[in-house]
Write a protein that binds this ligand. Sequence first.
Ligand code: ASP
Length: 464
Amino acid sequence: MKAITTIQTTKAVGQTVIVRGWVHTIRDMGKITFIDLRDQTGLLQVVVPGDYELPRLSVEYVIEVEGEVRERGERFRNPRLATGGVEVGATRVTLLNEAAELPFEVKKDTIDINEELRLKYRYLDVRSERMASNLRLRSNITKFIRDYLHEADFTEVETPLLTKGTPEGSREFLVPSRLHAEEFYVLPQSPQQFKQLLMVGGVGRYYQIARCLRDEDQRGDRQLEFTQVDMELSFVEQEDVLALNEAMMIKLVQELFPDKHISTTPFPRLTYAEAMEKYGSDKPDLRKDKDDPNELAFCWVVDFPMFEINTESSKVDAVHHPFTAPKAEDASQLEAEPMKVRADAYDIVLNGYEIGGGSIRIHSSELQRRVFELLGLGKHEIEARFGHMLEAFRYGVPPHGGLAYGLDRLIMILANEPNIREVIAFPKTGDGRDPLTGAPSATTEAALAEAHIRTVPIKRGRSS
Ligand code: ASP
């Protein structure tokens, strides 16, 4: 006999079916026992006649039910359930597995449960309706983006995780090389350099749902690893990148969030200077009604300054990253008035959050070298860190530009969640721990020796 999901029962009235899942609730009414059966598609009412000898059951036990799908009488329909018009009259209930008592209830929203506990038992947390629906929503959003970009002639390319650093303004994770003693890989803060090299390689339009890793201190709602929707396009100007992404966001909202509305289209555009002057922020919240959970106010912020002074080191830093092109009309001022030079860099902002950013890139090795020098890099350092980029730029590099979204943050806003951990299956705590597996954790002397690492004892205690 065919096993079906609970949602499929709505299309199987009159048929004898098998359904499987977890006991969400069980109510013994004497003459009859009601079981709410939960699977990945939702809940279904199972009715077991009183004379049927049920195995010993409790909540979260895993069972298989065979029975006939029946339409529920008018009075017994449950409009709150997608399967509320039907029920299964069980002729067989088989216990597949027992369950210990859960550390918290999963039939209620878990948002108020201690987060450490939720993360330790994340596999139970994602049984709850809101978390399960967030994971599905995430999957639907990435599928939409993939389909959209394929339709627009993009190629999905995976770039390496074990690589050399790329400057995006954060500390990098180091990975010791076992095969090359005293040498290290770096985990990527973004696929920035590889996507530009793909443009040199003639890929034309690249995208990737890319994991990025940044060894950041606890600061706001950040994760050590997060996901970008990363893209790069050849032979484009800023306008092309903005137009493509604006159209993609509008269609995503229309298709996946029909209840939501975008406050203003085309998306308002503000220069960085205007945004700072008018709103005192480079990510202004342009919602008309901040209490409306369905309002989405997108805007673009463009013309960011090229450089800023790092308050800690007093050195000149790139505001975006060093591959960003100066605006054509400002380029001649690079050496004379660097702090006045604007970049062809843009951010996409949604409801006061920066959800993505990108730029048109430098595609001349001479200009790229000048920018590195302005950032205070010596000849030797330029060669050691970026020699491969300057080399690649000698072989016919097309003008190019791109953008990357912070996917977790975008989903958080669309799902009306208060933080990105609610839309990530296995996030870490604010201080970078995984209460489920216990990472990070000490390792063995043997593993250290293999990686050519000697540890220096420090006073124990969690560093922040
Ligand atoms: N690599 C940039 C970032 O991670 C995005 C881009 O310039 O496309 O912010």
